[in-house]
Design a protein around this ligand. Structure first.
Ligand SMILES: C[C@@](CO)(OP(=O)(O)O)[C@H](O)COP(=O)(O)OP(=O)(O)OC[C@H]1O[C@@H](n2ccc(N)nc2=O)[C@H](O)[C@@H]1O
Ligand SMILES: Nc1ncnc2c1ncn2[C@@H]1O[C@H](COP(=O)(O)OP(=O)(O)O)[C@@H](O)[C@H]1O
Length: 283
């Protein structure tokens, strides 16, 4: 009997570097970025229904049911596959929204992979990634599940294997709108392209940083505080900032000091997403 219920992880990502090369005619920006996953994220539970209804039972503050990327992903997959089954969905949400750690995109990808499995659609990764791209620029990397150097708007992915340190991630209590940062006239948009190999080292810059720190003093403060212990970086368009450490013990020590006044967590960097590790275990 095929499974009718499944709980899957929905991990966060970091952008280890992010360069903006230019702006396309449709307003989207050409990027070069390095994605790595964290062994840290939400958990989504799916239960098949036979009446075709798609229902997310967990409420999100400020996100109406039908605007939730989980629901959008499920509806698109149902429409495009012609599947007559439906789904009940619950999520344990721990990833901050608008934090630049890709929670919404990750939730969408976990939904696509989870429903492909439960509805037994047999879609391959290319097809799921293409559908994912219509939901958000960051969805394809979560569908593929391997750390990657990304180009285009984030959809041209080359798998890479950077070091996997322990990270301290600080979560300033502000939600940064990606669209707002990309529309700032002061954003650097003319970085020169770099080569995928050798894999860019962890010390590459994030072109969004000057604009984000000017608009959000809390992000600047978090960068300054973490920067006392290690190189502190911004992920995506923020708000989260992160720094790597060679061991969990060192990351825990710094986190304990900083989380007296700031919100944050410690997580291991991972080149294979924990979603894919779990799915491989199911096959
Ligand atoms: C910048 C990145 C880097 O990982 O991260 P986040 O900080 O959002 O996580 C992403 O590429 C974001 O991807 P995602 O969050 O899926 O963006 P989308 O929903 O597709 O786009 C939100 C808005 O940002 C702008 N946008 C986004 C991506 C891009 N390459 N160029 C853009 O100009 C567009 O104005 C778009 O309307
Ligand atoms: N399932 C979801 N999880 C998080 N955010 C979602 C979700 N569905 C829709 N959103 C919307 O997407 C926005 C960006 O969320 P998220 O992907 O978590 O941030 P970021 O891309 O900065 O990491 C949120 O502010 C929220 O309005």
């Amino acid at each position: 009997m095929p499974a009718t219920r499944l709980t899957l992880p929905s991990p966060a990502k970091l952008n280890l570097m992010l360069h903006i090369l230019g702006r396309r005619e449709d307003g989207y920006h050409e990027l070069q970025t390095l994605f790595q996953f964290l062994d840290y994220g939400d958990e989504i539970t799916f239960a098949v229904r036979d009446d075709g209804v798609i229902r997310l039972h967990t409420e999100f503050e400020g996100v109406p049911h039908d605007s939730n990327l989980i629901v959008k992903a499920a509806k698109k997959l149902q429409e495009q596959s012609g599947c007559s089954l439906g789904i009940d969905i619950w999520i344990e949400k721990i990833l901050p929204m608008g934090g630049g750690i890709g929670g919404g995109s990750s939730n969408a990808a976990t939904t696509l992979l989870g429903l492909n499995h439960l509805w037994q659609l047999g879609w391959d990764e290319d097809r799921l990634a293409a559908l994912g791209l219509t939901l958000g620029a960051d969805v394809p990397v979560f569908v593929r599940g391997h750390a990657a150097f990304a180009e285009g708007v984030g959809e041209k992915l080359t798998p890479v294997d950077p070091e996997e340190p322990w990270y301290v991630v600080l979560v300033p209590q502000v939600s940064v709108s990606t669209a707002e940062i990309f529309s700032d006239p002061l954003l650097t948009r003319n970085s020169s392209p770099i080569k995928v190999r050798p894999v860019p080292k962890g010390n590459s810059r994030n072109d969004c940083l000057p604009v984000v720190t000017r608009r959000y003093p809390d992000v600047r403060n978090a960068l300054n505080l973490l920067g006392k212990f290690t190189e502190a970086k911004l992920t995506g368009t923020g708000s989260c900032v992160f720094g790597g450490f060679p061991s969990k013990a060192e990351a825990d020590k710094v986190s304990a000091l900083l989380t007296e006044t700031l919100t944050g967590f410690v997580a291991k960097g991972s080149n294979v997403s924990m979603l894919h590790r779990k799915l491989q275990g199911l096959l």
